[in-house]
Design a protein around this ligand. Sequence first.
Ligand code: AHG
Ligand code: MN
Ligand code: MN
Length: 339
Amino acid sequence: MSKITTLNDFVLERQKDFAYATGELTNLLSDIAVASKIVNRDVNRAGLVDILGAKGETNIQGEEQQKLDVIADEAFIRAFKSGGEVCGIASEENDDFVAFEDENSINGKYVVLFDPLDGSSNIDVNVSIGTIFSIYRRISEPGTPAVLEDFLQKGADQVAAGYVLFGSSTMLVYSTGNGVNGFTLDPSIGEFCLSHPNIKSPDTGRIYSINEGNLDRCDPGVKEYVQYCREDDAATGRPYSGRYIGSLVADFHRNLLKGGVYIYPTTNNWPEGRLRLLYECNPLAFIAEQAGGLSTDGHQRTLDIVPTELHQRCGYYAGSKDMVEKSMSCLKHKEAKIN
Ligand code: AHG
Ligand code: MN
Ligand code: MN
């Protein structure tokens, strides 16, 4: 029987590869794993929580029922605060960043930016959802409160990033800039176990993921690419299959493993794009590139965008290298025709 490698074993093993590693990133990743297990438990009880909370909005302990995205946000914040490696967080659920000023955290080297629950419109209908996280080294001096500048770093400076997918099984996928590895939660032992070592995304695939309902609100180049995906061409395996779950994490994960492209372009009603650069696009761009894929905003590499605000949005084209390149060439081609 082959040996089971748990996430903790794996992270500790990898720590040895870094000469000056102090173990803080290792601890931070295990805090994320613990918070993920807590959220996993709550996600699995999502329907029951509603039943329990139906009368008067309180549960059996008399606590007010909360939306799962707030529950997830709090679970991760609690884990980061207690760990002491993180001096502050920014998340989709908080208007501003939160600096941890307690004695334990103020010396923390890292900041974490995250989307506590991605795909929240899918919670009530029992469809896959996820958590996305992004880790940076702080710029400000340890021992002082975290500042906005710590959070507005470009994606290329991420120290680590990843996501947790609450799907038919629960998976944690992460990278510290040295490849991508995936771990599946074995509920019988409560551990994430290495199931997808060294994930490489195929250079091309047969899946395109876009909310096609928005197509008439998109740039002509996006329409041209979707038209290309739908054309019949046996040599290139077209038409491709359209697959859109509406949970970015789930769509991205499928395309990462099978080959495909995920597109959320700028549209008339989302002129800056719908997805958030810091909590969604950057961490997944880091994973995409580490797996051999690409990520852009339609024009430039996602990881090179210098953020100016926490909740900044951007267009998003991520996945298999050849497919992202093709979609960008359609955008360029149409722009050239218009100008
Ligand atoms: P969130 O639930 O964190 O707000 O994110 C939802 C995102 C993403 O997960 C998904 O791909 C996209 O919004 C879906 O948007 P549309 O419903 O506009 O297609
Ligand atoms: Mn999201
Ligand atoms: Mn969210």
